[in-house]
Structures are given as structure tokens and as C-alpha cells.
Design a protein around this ligand. Structure first.
Ligand code: FAD
Length: 434
């Protein structure tokens, strides 16, 4: 592909880049994807949302994902670390939810399936290529990149989609990235064998276990392998001494619930960390440029929405670019609409995440009452219905009002994060299913 023969250059071949590339290639556009790594490569972000399935179907990639044999995820569970309260949200029981299940994925495999699919749809995918800079002008974008052998190359495209994830290539260059001032978080995680999971269909549930100011995830990836991670304030982590595994085990022991599940668990591979993942970009678009997925922004992994948001923004970003290409213009108006839509979706999750870290929210969330179908509205959010209809919107507004009231006048009993005095007390919690 020589310079100026490209309609769209995409930086990054993660879920956001693959989704954008697939939609563009299927619309007959000439797409070049430059991906820094050679796939398969490790990535964190393993629990998907049901509404991802709608995008898989539209991309035509569902059969390939089914063939890969990823475990089905039917529900998400949220618990207090002391085992005093737990709720299982079953997707198919949500009255508004059209997508009843999701999948749990090892990202090395999942991302590779998506990237191969984009290539199969006609995108020119080059791995081992690192994008360094871009310049846009009235007619297109010039992109500088390093080939696998280190040689510098320049590409010319009509449009650029930045799907570089937290690499945030264009946001860093344009100085638009803003790290959330309050959420200086760090995640410490690894893959384990012999984690104790629930019996029956709940065996593949995602478990989120909340302590006072930190939380664990437990995500079953296969019958043998489970992803377990901890999200903690960066400052608190900095006080800790020892190897990553020792630190992790110490924190595991502070929750009777996680301790029980991990009592026979063995680490496979290494523990990893990642930090400062809560940020956004002041603008999601620029001249002939659209940022999608984590390159647009990311909040916190609590609701497992990252891959869904990346693929959804990849899809609607691609649609905005297709319109501009077909109209032969610079896409400015369509890009503004894209920005509004994606920012609204992302801000919606930011609001839920910010609330999640407050106690009144947890009190209502973990003690759901079947009141105006509120549990169904919560399930719909957990399933990934990011652009909610009116029936969902007013219920969520009502739920947030109840959270405000709960802060002053308890509508449901107060919760405590304190660990039980005896270690055996609550390690098998009572779970409410909604
Ligand atoms: P990525 O998946 O990061 O892909 C970006 C790609 O761009 C990468 O392959 C990278 O190599 C490439 N790239 C970067 N720089 C360049 C460059 N200069 N040139 C060329 N290529 C480049 N999400 C979920 O849905 N479920 C979860 O359970 C979940 N858990 C998470 C846990 C943690 C601790 C964190 C931090 C995030 C989690 N996420 C989760 C979020 C999820 O990881 C991301 O939202 C998702 O991967 C975003 O996809 P993306 O395509 O935008 O970016």
C-alpha cells in the first residue's frame, strides 16, 4: 500500500482498532492497521458484557469466537469482603435486557481472533509497527511509524483512528489527556489455578469483592485458569514491602471470602501491575482524527465495560468516518456527534463508578428491592446498555436519588466492611439472586 492510497489508518489492533477496521473494511474502505505488538500478546480486561454480542454479530465474528470456546458468563456477583452480603445479577432475568449472556476471555486469544477477522475482512494489518507521530491538514493525515526492523516510514491517509489504548498516542501528542485527580489506582493481578469457584452454572460468574477502599476481581477464564486481581490506591500500595505475590497474598488474607477461594490457588506465570488508568481526553476528535476505546478514555474496571466501550466506540467511530469518506468532506460535523455520543456513554459509566466507591450506593446495590423494576435497570447497566432508553434512564435517575437519600436516612440497613472476629464466620456468604 503506497502513500495516499489509504482511506483510514488505525493505530492499534486491540478490540477498538479491530472493530473499527472490520466495519470500515466491510464498507469497502482501504484500511491500514499498525499494531505495535505481534499477536497473540497478553492484555488485561477479560470479563466481557452481554451487549458485546450485538457488536460481534454485526461484525460477523461471532462464529469465530464461538469456535474459540470461551466460557459463557451468565451473571456477575458483587460481595462484601467480610462475606456479610452478596448479590448475583443474572443477565437473562433483567426485564429490559435483550442480550442474556457474555463471555470470559483470555485476551491474548480473543484479541487475536478479532484482529485476524479484521484482516479476513480486507484490512491491511501490520504487526510490530509502532506509530510515533501524526500531522493532519485540510486533505488528510501523515503518520510516522517505525517498522519491525526499526526503519522509519511515513503513511498518508484521508483519516486517522487512534485505537492505541492507554498508549494514547494522539492524546499525548496533542496534550489532551487528563488523569482523574481522585482515582490514583493501581491494579495487581495474575492468573491462578485451583481457585475455588461456585458450583453449577455460576462457575463462570465474575466475582467482585469489595473491601473498604479496595476491591478484588475473580474471573474464571477456563476450567483450569482464573484471573484474580486487586484494585487499590497507588499510595497504599507504595507502602507495601516484598514481592508482588507476597503483597497480593497479604491482601487476599484480609478478606475471609477471597482467602477461602484462594486457599489452594497457585500462580501461573507472573504477577503484574498497572496504574493510573482513570483518565479521559479533553477532546475525542480532532482534525481528520477520531479517538476510540481507551485512547478516548478509561475510568475503572469495576463494571467490566472497557472492551465493550472500545468496540462500541470503534464501531460508531468507523461509521462517522465512512460517512465523511462517502460525502467527500472532512467529517467535522459527524465527528462532533460521535464525540457527544461517546462522551455521554463514558460519563454515564464514570458516574456509576464514582458512586460505586461510596457506601450508600453499595448499601442499595447489595440489598436490592424489587421496586419499580430497579434491579432490572441495574442489570441492564451491568449488561452494557450504554445508550439507555427512557425506561432505563428514569429508573437510574431514581436509583441515584435513592442513593442520596440513603446517605442521610437509611432506606436499607447500613453495611460494615469490618472483617468478622472468627475467620470461619462468613467465608460462605448468603447471596441474593436478582
Ligand atoms: P487496547 O486493548 O489496549 O489495544 C490497544 C492496542 O494498541 C494494543 O494492542 C497496543 O499494543 C497498540 N498500540 C499502543 N501504542 C501503539 C503505537 N504507538 N503504535 C501502534 N500500536 C500501538 N475491560 C473489560 O471489558 N473487562 C474487564 O474485566 C476489564 N478489566 C480490566 C482490568 C484492569 C486492571 C484494567 C486497567 C482494565 C481493564 N479493562 C477491562 C479495560 C480493558 O483492558 C480496555 O478497556 C480495553 O482493552 C480497551 O481496548 P482498546 O482496543 O481501546 O485498547
Amino acid at each position: 500500500m503506497s502513500a495516499n492510497q489509504i482511506d483510514v489508518l488505525i493505530i492499534g489492533g486491540g478490540p477498538g482498532g479491530s472493530s473499527a477496521a472490520t466495519f470500515l473494511a466491510r464498507a469497502g474502505k482501504r484500511v491500514l492497521v499498525l499494531e505495535k505488538e505481534v499477536f497473540p500478546r497478553f492484555h488485561i480486561g477479560e470479563s466481557l458484557l452481554p451487549y458485546n454480542h450485538a457488536i460481534f454479530r454485526e461484525m460477523g465474528v461471532l462464529p469465530a469466537l464461538q469456535a474459540a470456546g470461551f466460557p459463557r458468563k451468565l451473571a456477575a456477583q458483587f460481595h462484601l469482603g467480610n462475606g456479610s452480603l452478596g448479590t448475583r445479577f443474572v443477565f437473562k432475568d433483567g426485564k429490559f435486557t435483550r442480550e442474556p449472556e457474555a463471555i470470559q476471555v483470555e485476551r491474548a486469544v480473543f484479541d487475536h481472533v478479532l484482529l485476524k477477522h479484521a484482516r479476513g475482512c480486507g484490512a491491511d494489518v501490520r504487526e510490530g509497527w509502532t506509530v510515533q507521530r501524526f500531522e493532519s491538514d485540510a486533505t488528510g493525515v501523515t503518520v510516522q511509524a517505525l517498522a519491525p526492523d526499526g526503519a522509519a516510514h511515513s503513511f498518508r491517509a484521508a483519516f486517522l483512528i487512534d485505537a492505541s489504548g492507554r498508549g494514547n498516542v494522539t492524546g499525548n501528542q496533542e496534550g489532551t489527556r487528563i488523569v482523574h485527580p481522585k482515582w490514583r489506582k493501581l491494579a495487581l493481578f495474575g492468573h491462578f489455578t485451583d481457585v475455588e469457584l461456585d458450583p453449577g452454572e455460576a462457575v463462570t460468574d465474575t466475582h467482585i469483592v469489595r473491601l473498604d477502599n479496595k476491591w478484588f476481581w475473580i474471573i474464571p477464564l477456563s476450567p483450569e485458569k482464573t484471573s484474580v486481581g486487586l484494585v487499590i490506591d497507588k499510595d497504599e500500595f507504595a507502602q507495601e514491602k516484598g514481592s508482588l505475590e507476597e503483597i497480593f497474598r497479604r491482601w487476599v488474607d484480609t478478606s475471609v471470602l477471597v482467602k477461602r477461594r484462594m486457599r489452594n490457588a497457585h500462580l501461573t506465570g507472573t504477577m503484574r501491575t498497572t496504574a493510573d488508568f482513570s483518565y479521559y481526553n479533553r477532546t475525542l476528535v480532532s482534525k481528520r482524527l477520531v479517538r476510540v476505546g481507551d485512547a478516548a478514555g478509561f475510568m475503572d474496571p469495576i463494571f467490566s465495560a472497557g472492551v465493550f466501550l472500545a468496540m462500541w466506540s470503534g464501531k460508531i467511530g468507523a461509521e462517522a468516518v465512512i460517512k465523511a469518506l462517502d460525502a467527500g468532506n472532512d467529517g467535522k460535523r459527524g465527528f462532533r456527534k460521535y464525540e457527544k455520543r461517546v462522551r455521554t456513554g463514558m460519563m454515564f459509566y464514570w458516574k456509576v463508578v464514582e458512586n460505586y466507591y461510596t457506601t450508600p450506593f453499595m448499601e442499595l446495590f447489595l440489598q436490592p428491592r424489587d421496586h419499580y423494576d430497579l434491579p432490572s435497570a441495574v442489570i441492564e447497566v451491568l449488561a452494557g446498555h450504554v445508550e439507555g432508553h427512557w425506561a432505563l434512564r428514569w429508573r437510574l435517575a431514581y436509583f441515584f436519588l435513592l442513593v442520596k437519600i440513603q446517605a442521610r436516612f437509611p432506606l436499607v440497613p447500613r453495611i460494615s466492611f469490618a472483617q468478622p472476629k472468627t475467620s470461619a464466620a462468613k467465608d460462605t456468604p448468603h447471596v441474593t439472586t436478582v
